[in-house]
Design a protein around this ligand. Structure first.
Ligand SMILES: [Zn+2]
Length: 573
């Protein structure tokens, strides 16, 4: 039996340790009472071992310290991070997560740094030259010293989408091999026939972004079509971020090394500013707004704009072996212990540059801290759950979800035996909340588990308030989902206990504006991890119950990943 400290008491000790206010700011919603751990396979949330709040803070501070140099893959920061996480997994009592007996999985990456280059469009005698970084941000994923497009015919393909389930095809059979495609970001905004002021919820998820709206999809479909170049028109609203974020992609970018050295991708991928896109179209006698309006209809056909694009990008290449870190709790039931619930958090961040060290305390040192402490709590259970649990800290999330992609295509344990993924990225650092956000809520049965556990905590689930930004496709669980594994993407709540309803949103906006992907993402004096611990306990409970359940969680009917899962389970792969 484990002696337990009630949550509220540990909260006070935490505050007395010199943080924030005193215990007088008593939460209004009482935390659930703590009981001794149960040996039952269906323990109530308060009966599971507690997640250690102080340890979470310590891990976060270490991982986000200057010494760790922003945790970029392939740097001293990676060495320190891998050593720290492996050591913590070992100390927590996890078994090595790799079948080779180690706590790491090698992830081969190629780092590609493009040299600045202009992009030109020629039409008859006219030339439009786009300046590197100011007007165009482009790269080549080809693992080659250089890549170019030369006098490649430019075609405006609207949103560039092929979606059979919505009877949508922006190409209409046009052969775009060798051409340069100019595309809009996000999903085609199709009005609801019943209420034209709103988007049709039955087509591309209405206000919510589907995968067809993600920039990664746009480059993938361009490659499938054999395009030489794919250029996205940047618009702040539909992209979900400003061009300054795109300009952050002018340095080294990592990718997985595919057998064809990524030669199947378009030679040039990139973004151009809205202003330049308008100029380009205008010079061809086209009006951007008119084309954009047409692109939101099924009748849209691609428009060859009579311009030819040229650009050569010289690459500096280096290959590195980065690593995922993994540890496991072995299941107790011989019949199902080869099945896994996988928790993920990403250990990497942006490293350092002239602006300083990108500490990534919230993103995602705090998630790694939760991962370690949820793992430790699992090892304190009187009896392990029936299925096994894998704790996976992945690399290169910030480089395009690469560590999790590598795991999802080269899994250590078969995906057909992977019953669920629970991702921890975006942990709350401002105290207890009455709610928890679920990105992509309603996607799978995992939401039902989460709801039941949240009920026991006296809390509610809330859908992602910004589904138009496509967050479901922006963290590591997506790679599990894409392969068919039901995946849960919880995010911090916004309704804070004892605070004005506007507080959560204002803190979140402040973070997005000032600290998101900026050097200032550090552990702040006002951090209060009492909410983070409650969230971690919720996620632990979900994983624990899924690992003990008689029935495996499934995608809800109509979900875009369900067919893949059903086929996988049939094939037993
Ligand atoms: Zn991030």
């Amino acid at each position: 039996m484990i002696t337990k400290v009630p949550l509220r008491l540990s909260f006070c000790i935490f505050l007395l340790a010199g943080l924030a206010a005193g215990c007088s700011s008593e939460p209004k919603t009482a935390a659930p009472p703590r009981m001794a751990p149960s040996t039952s396979q269906h323990a109530a949330i308060g009966q599971l071992p507690q997640v250690d709040i102080d340890a979470m803070r310590v891990h976060t501070k270490v991982l986000s310290s200057d010494e760790y140099e922003g945790r970029a893959p392939g740097t001293k920061g990676e060495e320190l991070t891998i050593a720290y996480l492996s050591d913590q997994f070992r100390k927590a009592g996890l078994k090595p997560g790799n079948t080779d007996g180690s706590y790491t999985q090698k992830v081969p990456l190629v780092g590609i740094t493009p040299a600045p280059a202009p992009l030109t469009f020629r039409r008859g005698e006219q030339t439009l030259t786009l300046k590197w970084k100011d007007d165009v941000v482009a790269w080549s994923k080809h693992v080659a010293p250089s890549a170019s497009i030369e006098n490649s015919d430019v075609v405006f393909v609207g949103y560039g989408v092929v979606a059979p389930e919505f009877n949508w095809d922006d190409y209409k059979g046009l052969d775009v091999k060798g051409k340069t495609l100019v595309m809009l970001v996000n999903d085609p905004p199709v009005p609801d026939p019943a209420n034209p002021a709103e988007l049709d919820p039955k087509t591309f998820g209405g206000k919510a972004m589907t995968y067809y709206g993600r920039w990664t999809y746009k480059y993938e479909i361009g490659a499938q079509k054999g395009a030489a170049g794919v250029l996205l028109v940047h618009e702040t609203g539909p992209a979900g971020y400003g061009f300054n974020v795109v300009q952050g992609k002018t340095g080294e970018q990592f990718d997985l090394v595919t057998p064809d050295k990524n030669m199947g991708r378009a030679a040039i991928e990139g973004w151009i500013t809205l202003d330049q896109a308008k100029k380009l179209l205008q010079a061809s006698g086209q009006d951007f707004d008119a084309l954009k309006a047409r692109a939101a209809t099924r009748e849209f056909t691609p428009v060859a704009i009579g311009a030819r694009a040229s650009m050569t990008i010289n690459n500096t290449l280096r290959t590195i072996d980065s690593r995922n870190v993994l540890g496991r709790v072995e299941g107790s039931d011989p019949k199902v212990k080869d099945e896994y619930v996988v928790y993920t958090a990403h250990w990497d961040h942006f490293g350092k540059n002239a602006d300083g060290i990108f500490h990534g305390a919230e993103d995602d040192a705090l998630g790694c801290a939760a991962l370690i402490e949820v793992a430790r709590a699992f090892t304190k259970l009187p009896a392990a759950p029936r299925r096994s649990i894998l704790f996976l800290a992945v690399t290169a999330e910030e480089q395009g979800l690469l560590g999790s992609e590598y795991y999802s295509v080269t899994p250590i344990y078969p995906l057909a035996k992977t019953v669920a993924n629970i991702n921890i990225d975006g942990v709350n650092q401002w105290g207890r909340t009455k709610d928890l956000t679920v990105v992509g809520m309603g996607a799978s049965d995992l939401d039902d588990y989460l709801k039941a556990a949240a009920d026991e905590q006296g809390r509610v689930l809330r859908p992602d308030p910004e589904p138009e930004k496509g967050f479901y496709y922006r963290s590591d669980h997506f790679n599990f989902a894409k392969q068919g594994v039901p995946a849960l993407d919880p995010d911090a709540g916004i309704d804070f206990v004892g605070k004005d309803p506007a507080y959560g949103k204002s803190k979140r906006d402040e973070y997005t504006e000032k600290d998101y992907h900026a050097p200032s993402d550090e552990v702040k004096p006002d951090w209060d991890l009492s909410g983070a611990v409650e969230d971690a306990e919720l996620l632990m409970t979900v994983g624990y119950r899924v690992a003990n359940a008689d029935k495996l969680p499934e995608w809800k009917p109509g979900n875009e990943f369900k067919a893949k899962r059903d086929a996988m389970l049939k094939g037993g792969k």
